[in-house]
Write a protein that binds this ligand. Structure first.
Ligand SMILES: Nc1ncnc2c1ncn2[C@@H]1O[C@H](COP(=O)(O)OP(=O)(O)OP(=O)(O)O)[C@@H](O)[C@H]1O
Ligand SMILES: [Mg+2]
Length: 1081
């Protein structure tokens, strides 16, 4: 869930950035123009990084363009001003921004320092990105070429030109490296890729040299085809070389070196190799290596370069034999250079030292005499025979050098072919091609000779090609887009090309004619011929033809051509010789005797014999240029123009004069003019709309209609005037840069606002995402919890149902014998009963009847338990009774025996405990106490005595001793009744408290006593205990007869009434009325 949300969030942010704002990579462009930091693609970096980067870029972008000039010269307002052009270039150069576009042409200024812009990360950044979306870069160009090739399935070439040291070779290497990384890779493809990459160090070793201008100057023109299959895999390659500077083999100017390979071999070659080649590890020993007097250069490491070359040779299929032969040739050139000639007696050349000859002979496999003869004689063919004419020393030296040059030059050609063999793609399916042309740019030296003439001619041809291709494509584009073609004001250099190459009338024709014609042709006759033929041509001038002012700037032997890029003055000296490049005929024959396989290959016996003069150098060059032009014409052109910022090879120095010169000679202003002739800016509707749609409410955030309509709506909103733009079929064309800049500025302002909105939206999205996550988590927990609870509940219910079922079944079978069905139920019943019983046991013996009714099966048990328990209670009760209490209870028992069921008020007395006495001894008169002292006082109780005659009530104390009962009125004993004379005591069966003491006659001095006592039961019970006779208490009904005096009887009548009353009835009886107790007896 987490990952999903994260992914979703990423999608949203990218959708926002890419579809709504469309500022992703385009914005990166602005920051990059300033910082050149890395911008990762959508892959590989975290979302946060990417957002941060984009935001950073957005902030930096507004001012970035102002600070670092314009990335595309086409957008330069003052596009005709060289100064403005230079200013922009300088401004960017000082910010380490070495690349600037002129449309799709890339201008590159050599930084002369390592910049951190060629990393793998940078390559990734530029892969698959639209050309104008990132800051100008060689990778952008390479990528665009590659993708155009793949999508349109056609061929392309990248022309890299510039002065020596401007960075052409480096640029071509960068392109190659980019393809090596960006193209699909398989084991086979990687093999081709490695060969393509490694062909470079080999070709550089044999074709590059240190010159005053460049420590690694390519001394040949190079065109390399890379062949791609339909998936874009590099499947093969082919290399063409042009005009190797062979003269360097035998001569180097001061401060320059021969080709690197010589130094690499001498410095880096293994000991046994050098021994086998007869070489010493010392460049100073070889005259071909020391003419420039700088065999050692700090910037070049010959030893490590040697290792690189050796390794590269093995990768590109060079066998050990090939390598042996190749270095045999290199060594033999060094040995040749050391051959010296002396003059013999006849003034002819002889060899002064046989040692070197021996090595050459050994290494090339040519008999020494043949070689020696070949170096000192020239073969002249007469009509019928061949004769050998000996050389003078000068001729011999010339012939030797010619041989050395020829050997090296042809070996170089062999080498290129050999590399081509290893790059060849045997698969015949259709391939597309990207060609890389690393060729000398326009060259203007202090003294310009034949080489400069060839080079500049080559550049004229390439300019022609450019004009044709560019204008053609421009015209085609207008046509395709349905826009009216407007003529482009530009200079067409065809006139100069014609001046150089026109048949019979061109400079090349005249030069060849002079070289080939019999008679004494010299450089000067060549000059004269030119003056004759092309005098008056607007682009040609000589000292003789020039006006006064111009003449001052020229020597007599000079001619001047007004090239498209500017004037160049050539010195004719050496033109004929260099054009002839003669290798004496027997020199070739000698070489054909060689056993060295490469030499045999280079000097084939099938080569047309020298009956016909071989083609001159310039004609060969012209033909190769025609071939090259044909190759290029069939392809789509792309241009890289390299500029050297200073002569000192120093970083950070921008020499205005030098750069201005190159801008001119590279034809950059001309190129810009052609580009700007029509519309400064054009872009596909989709891309334009995507970038600027935020500027119009109708098109933001999404335009539903066609892109063209969207653009129309947008520019209407922006207020474009009708002459400022044209609408093509698929593109919008904007005439002036300022229109675009105004739009761009508006966009820069607007996108900050957009960024804030996107940020807010994104933040909201994040928070929402978090919330949803939490909500989902909560729901999930809740669900789990509820599930758990429901499961528990279900289990509980199932269990309960089972229990209930069992219970019911148990209940239904409770009367059956114990079995599976009812055992638990009965157990439960038992337990339940016992538990309940435990809680409901009678608290006292008195409550023993409150025994819990048992279920039937517990009946017996209950009985036993009850018995046990009651016994337990009784025991407990009994155990808890004190002797006094026991005595009391015994009394109560006695009272019960006497009164229970007989007297109505008895039940009410049961709960009232008896006391020892009701009158404390304190309240009995001491006198009385003294009188009865001997009789042991038992108890006393207050009573009311009714007079026998009037029945008046009198308060008295009734005291029992062991022997008698005393009726006491304070300190007076009113009456003493001995127990032995007490006949009985009568009480009624009602609830009154009257008692009548019946006294025996002999003691009847005073008669019977009628008393009322509140503690009747207590007093009588105690009395019965004292007299040990309970029968003398009689409970009577109705009335009691008593003796008032002996012989005089009285009656006390008892009856129940409404209220308690005692009175003397009319019949003279004492009437005692008592209330009836409704309670049980
Ligand atoms: N992009 C670059 N970054 C850093 N250094 C560079 C770059 N381009 C060129 N250089 C430096 O400039 C030197 C000359 O470059 P390079 O050999 O490519 O010039 P060139 O145009 O091929 O010259 P020539 O016509 O003599 O062959 C390189 O050896 C290197 O030191
Ligand atoms: Mg080069």
């Amino acid at each position: 869930m987490n990952g999903f949300l994260q992914k979703e969030a990423e999608d949203v942010i990218w959708r926002c950035f890419l579809s709504h704002v469309s500022l992703s990579k385009a914005d990166v462009q602005f920051t990059h123009t300033h910082t050149h930091t890395q911008a990762g693609g959508p892959s590989g970096q975290s979302l946060e990084d990417r957002c941060n980067r984009i935001l950073r870029n957005m902030e930096a972008s507004l001012t970035a363009r102002d600070r670092v000039g314009i990335q595309d010269f086409v957008l330069l307002d003052a596009y005709t001003s060289e100064t403005a052009f230079l200013d922009n270039l300088r401004k960017r150069f000082h910010e380490n921004l070495i690349y600037t576009y002129i449309g799709t042409l890339l201008v590159s200024v050599n930084p002369y320092k390592e910049l951190d812009i060629y990393s793998k990360k940078q390559m990734d950044t530029y892969m698959g990105v639209n050309f104008f979306e990132l800051p100008p870069h060689i990778y952008a160009l390479a990528d665009n070429v590659f993708r155009t090739m793949l999508s349109e399935f056609n061929n392309h070439f990248i022309l890299i030109s510039g002065e020596s040291g401007a960075g052409k070779t480096e640029a071509s290497k960068k392109i190659l490296q980019f393809y090596a990384v960006s193209c699909p890779s398989t084991r086979v493809l990687n093999n081709v890729r490695d060969r393509l990459l490694l062909s470079n160090p080999v070709l550089e070793a044999f074709g590059n040299a240190k010159t005053l201008k460049n420590d690694n100057s390519s001394r040949f023109g190079k065109y390399m085809d890379i062949q791609f299959d339909q998936q874009g895999g590099a499947v093969g390659g082919h290399i063409l070389s042009y005009l190797l500077e062979k003269s360097r083999v035998v001569h180097q100017n001061h401060g320059e070196r021969n080709f690197h390979i010589f130094y690499q071999l001498v410095e880096g070659g293994e000991d046994d190799l050098l021994l086998w080649l007869g070489l010493q590890r010392n460049c100073q020993q070889y005259s071909y290596l020391v003419q420039g007097d700088c065999a050692k250069v700090s910037s070049i490491n010959d030893r490590s370069d040697w290792k690189t070359v050796r390794k590269a040779l093995s990768v590109i299929d060079f066998s050990e034999a090939d390598v042996e032969h190749l270095f045999g040739i290199i060594a033999s050139v060094l040995h040749l250079g050391n051959i010296r000639f002396d003059t013999d007696a006849l003034g002819y050349a002889t060899l002064s030292n046989n040692q070197e000859m021996h090595w050459v002979s050994k290494l090339l496999g040519i008999p020494a005499q043949v070689l020696q003869h070949g170096l000192t004689h020239r073969k002249i063919e007469a009509k019928t025979e061949e004769v050998f004419s000996p050389f003078s020393v000068d001729h011999a030296v010339y012939a030797r050098d010619a041989l050395a040059k020829a050997i090296y030059g042809r070996t170089f050609t062999w080498l290129v072919n050999k590399i081509n063999e290893s790059l060849v793609n045997k698969d015949s399916s259709r391939k597309t091609v990207i060609g890389l042309l690393d060729i000398y740019g326009f060259e203007v030296l202090n003294v310009n000779s034949f080489e400069q003439f060839c080079i500049n001619y080559c550049n004229e041809k390439l300019q022609q090609l450019f004009i044709e291709l560019t204008l053609k494509s421009e015209q085609e584009e207008y046509h395709l887009e349905g826009i009216e073609w407007e003529p482009v004001p530009y200079f067409n250099n065809k006139i100069i090309c014609d001046l150089v190459e026109e048949k019979y009338r061109g400079i090349i024709s005249i030069l060849d004619e002079e070289c080939l014609r019999p008679g004494e042709a010299t450089d000067l006759t060549f000059l004269e011929k030119m003056e004759e033929t092309m005098g008056g041509h607007p682009h040609f001038v000589t000292h003789k033809l020039a006006d006064q002012k111009t003449r001052k700037t020229m020597d007599r032997g000079d001619f001047r051509l007004l090239h498209y890029a500017g004037e160049v003055t050539y010195c004719v000296v050496g033109f004929l010789d260099k054009n002839n490049d003669l290798l004496y005929r027997n020199g070739k024959e000698v070489m054909r005797r060689s056993k060295n396989a490469i030499i045999t290959h280079c000097f084939p016996t099938t080569e047309p014999d020298s009956k016909r003069r071989p083609e001159t150098v310039v004609t060969q060059f012209k033909s190769s240029l025609v071939g090259l032009t044909e190759i290029l014409m069939s392809k789509e052109p792309w241009y890289v123009r390299c500029i050297k910022p200073n002569e000192a090879k120093q970083p950070g120095r921008f020499d205005d004069v030098l750069v201005r010169h190159q801008v001119k000679y590279l034809g950059l202003m001309e190129h810009l003019r052609v580009r700007r002739a029509g519309f400064a800016y054009r872009r596909k509707y989709e891309i334009f709309l995507q970038r600027y749609k935020a500027l119009c409410p109708d098109t933001w955030p999404n335009w539903r209609g066609s892109a063209a309509e969207g653009v129309q709506r947008l520019i209407k909103h922006l207020g474009y005037k009708s002459d400022e733009y044209k609408m093509g079929r698929t593109k919008i064309f904007i005439r002036h840069p300022k229109t675009l800049f105004a739009t761009e500025d508006a966009f820069q302002e607007c996108k900050h606002r957009l960024a804030t909105r996107i940020q807010a939206k994104y933040k909201g999205y994040r928070v929402k995402g978090d919330f949803q996550k939490q909500k989902e988590a909560a729901t999930r927990i809740e669900t789990c919890w509820r599930g758990l609870m429901a499961r528990k509940e279900r289990e509980k219910r199932a269990w309960a149902a089972k229990v209930i079922k069992k219970f019911i079944k148990g209940f239904m079978t409770r009367h059956q014998p114990i079995g599976a069905d009812n055992s638990e139920y009965l157990m439960y019943v038992r337990q339940n009963y016992l538990t309940r019983l435990k809680d409901n046991l009678p608290k006292t013996v008195l409550h023993r009847d409150a025994w819990l009714t048992p279920p039937p099966i517990m009946h017996e048990v209950s009985q036993i338990l009850k018995q046990v328990y009651i016994r337990h209670l009784v025991r407990k009760y009994v155990g808890g009774i004190s002797p006094q209490r026991k005595a009391q209870l015994m009394l109560k028992l006695q009272a019960s025996v006497i009164f229970k069921g007989k007297k109505e008020s008895y039940p009410f007395s049961v709960s009232r405990p008896f006391l020892d006495t009701r009158i404390g001894t304190d309240n009995i008169s001491i006198k009385v106490l003294q009188m009865i002292r001997q009789e042991q006082l038992k108890t006393s109780v207050p009573v009311v005595k009714y007079d026998r005659n009037g029945f008046r009530p009198r308060l008295r104390q009734l005291i029992f001793t062991m022997e008698a009962a005393y009726l006491v009125e304070e300190a007076k004993i009113k009456q003493r009744i001995e127990f032995i004379s007490l006949k009985g005591v009568s009480v009624s069966d009602l609830s009154d408290n009257f008692l009548i003491f019946h006294v025996s006659c002999e003691d009847k001095k005073k008669g019977d006593l009628v008393l009322q006592c509140d503690h009747l039961f207590e007093a009588l019970t105690k009395l019965s205990v004292i007299v040990s006779n309970q029968n003398f208490i009689r409970v009577v009904q109705g009335s009691v007869r008593f003796d008032i005096q002996p012989g005089r009887e009285g009656f006390v009548d008892f009856k129940s009434g409404q209220e308690s009353m005692v009175y003397r009835a009319k019949n003279g009886h004492l009437m005692v009325e008592s209330t009836r107790n409704k309670t049980r007896m």
